[in-house]
Design a protein around this ligand. Structure first.
Ligand SMILES: NC(=O)c1ccc[n+]([C@@H]2O[C@H](COP(=O)([O-])OP(=O)(O)OC[C@H]3O[C@@H](n4cnc5c(N)ncnc54)[C@H](O)[C@@H]3O)[C@@H](O)[C@H]2O)c1
Length: 311
């Protein structure tokens, strides 16, 4: 049995990861400061003998004995990471330093939940891992984008300098049950608005595209990466390359939920990328991974979750 540390384990992705790890028989230490995570996401695990929860902020050092570390702690949606931008950068940078220090001390393999945001507003489509990105260093999104970029740098320096086993995963837009209802992300926004019968707000003309990965596919890719041969460090893109315009997404959500919501249009936020699509050739080849869940099926699960939440 492996002891696995999941930072940010009470969040959206972290809680699904804890579920999968417990299912396969690992011993899980979930660390979270509950900035955006919730006990509700992991309440079903609290009585499990292999699950332990620790309230802790990763910007402070942590001394525990573990075999593997999944470093997911960091608010992921713009409304949350822009609420306290200094803390966001600290969480990415100090958090990475602390978790890498821990990994070095206990000789643990460590995976970083990086992001497609390291590509900024990309000038290359789709984005391969070799693309260095197009990032504003001083905008409102920079605390997140640059924090994550610096964390990647730290991971590779620990790898080169201390021979640490690292895995860097660049996660693209992911959706599913346990997303925050008010996090401003487009999938949850549209679903919540449609369920409440409110108008659906589309920023810009709705022609900007996104590709959405269902959470089960994403976690499957994350486990594949962690278990990949030591020589494979990434960075590797994990996401779903099927692109949809915001208008198409809104229409899909409306047709599944029904109701009387109308589409209304608002201004685009600063630095909002026009297009974001992963090139997943490396994940296919190195991890034998590709997403399987169709958007409509993932949306049905997610809508079911939000319906239960609001009941
Ligand atoms: N969901 C996505 O589409 C997406 C895309 C790209 C990258 N990611 C990355 O995946 C990770 C998880 O994202 P998520 O969508 O589950 O977000 P989330 O906000 O639901 O989860 C983040 C978790 O980290 C915790 N946290 C934040 N700061 C912390 C700190 N200083 N110390 C301890 N815990 C802290 C939060 O309380 C929360 O439980 C993040 O690192 C995010 O950057 C997510």
């Amino acid at each position: 049995m492996n002891t696995i540390l999941v930072t940010g384990g009470a969040g959206f992705l972290g809680s699904h990861l804890c579920d999968r790890l417990i299912e396969r028989g690992d011993d899980v230490l979930c660390v979270d400061n509950f900035f955006t995570g919730s006990k509700q996401n992991i309440s079903h695990l609290l009585s499990h003998p292999n699950f332990e929860l620790l309230r802790h902020d990763v910007t402070f050092p942590l001394y525990v004995e573990v075999d593997r570390i999944f470093n997911l702690a960091c608010p992921a949606s713009p409304v949350h990471y822009q609420r306290d931008p200094v803390q966001t950068t600290k969480t990415s940078v100090h958090g990475a330093i602390n978790m890498l220090g821990l990994a070095k001390r206990v000789q643990a393999r460590i995976l970083q939940a990086s992001t497609s945001e390291v590509y900024g507003d990309p000038q290359v489509h789709p984005q391969p891992e070799s693309y260095w990105g197009h990032v504003n260093t001083i905008g409102p999104r920079s605390c997140y984008d640059e924090g994550k970029r610096c964390a990647e740098t730290l991971f590779f320096d620990y790898h080169r300098q201390h021979a640490l086993e690292i895995k860097v995963m660049r996660i693209f837009n992911t959706y599913g049950p346990r997303m925050h209802p008010n996090d401003g992300r487009v999938v949850s926004n549209f679903i919540v608005q449609a369920l409440k019968g409110d108008d659906i707000t589309i920023y810009g003309d709705g022609q900007q595209t996104r590709s959405f990965c269902y959470v089960d596919d994403l976690i499957h890719g994350m486990l594949r990466l962690m278990d990949s041969p030591a020589a494979f460090t990434g960075p590797v893109n994990v996401g779903n390359p099927n692109e949809f315009t915001m208008l198409e997404l809104a229409e899909n959500v409306l047709s599944l939920i029904g109701g009387s919501s109308k589409l209304v249009f608002g201004p685009l936020p600063a630095d909002d990328p026009k297009q974001r699509q992963p090139d997943i050739a490396l994940a296919r080849q190195a991890l034998d991974w590709a997403p399987k869940v169709e958007l409509v099926d993932g949306l049905k699960e997610t809508i079911g979750y939000f319906k239960r939440l609001f009941d």
